[in-house]
Design a protein. Structure first.
Length: 153
């Protein structure tokens, strides 16, 4: 087989990198390069404008169905009944309930110390604060008929 004809352009593997000031890079930009740059710039601008339009547009909320209205009103009534029943049973308001819950969370993080006197002086005794269990609270009355599971076993 005859060897391939020599290429008029120097190869990068035999002579290293081609310098930018070589005659190969001199002269005006080729038409295909201009078209490629133009297409790239148009694509970039289109993507940026698309992101801008999406970020500025607001979704229109879908119209509420009668079932959704009923569910929301039912949930509001249930919440009001639960707050009223818990406030009446303990004779306190909802804000006091929130304060008590906040204080119990803070006190559960800290432990209480009491001094016990012995022959050798007083020693601190660390006791943990009892945290309420889930079973201590009453089960909520659900606003919709739901299959109930008896948890008292």
């Amino acid at each position: 087989m005859p060897p391939p004809p020599p290429s008029p352009l120097p190869s990068a593997s035999t002579q290293g990198a081609i310098p930018f000031d070589s005659p190969q890079y001199s002269g005006p930009m080729q038409k295909s390069t201009k078209i490629g740059l133009f297409v790239g710039i148009v694509c970039f601008i289109t993507i940026v404008l698309g992101f801008y339009m999406v970020s500025r547009s607001r979704r229109k909320p879908k119209p509420r169905t009668p079932q959704e209205e009923f569910n929301e009103q039912s949930l509001r009534r249930w919440r009001a009944n639960m707050l009223r029943s818990s406030a009446n049973s303990k004779n306190i308001t909802g804000s006091v309930l929130e304060k008590d819950a906040r204080l119990s969370r803070q006190s559960s993080l800290c432990s209480t110390e009491s001094k016990a006197s012995t022959m050798h002086g007083s020693l601190p005794i660390v006791s943990k604060v009892r945290q309420p269990k889930f079973s201590d609270f009453p089960l909520p009355a659900y606003p919709h008929p739901v299959a109930r599971v008896d948890r008292r076993h």
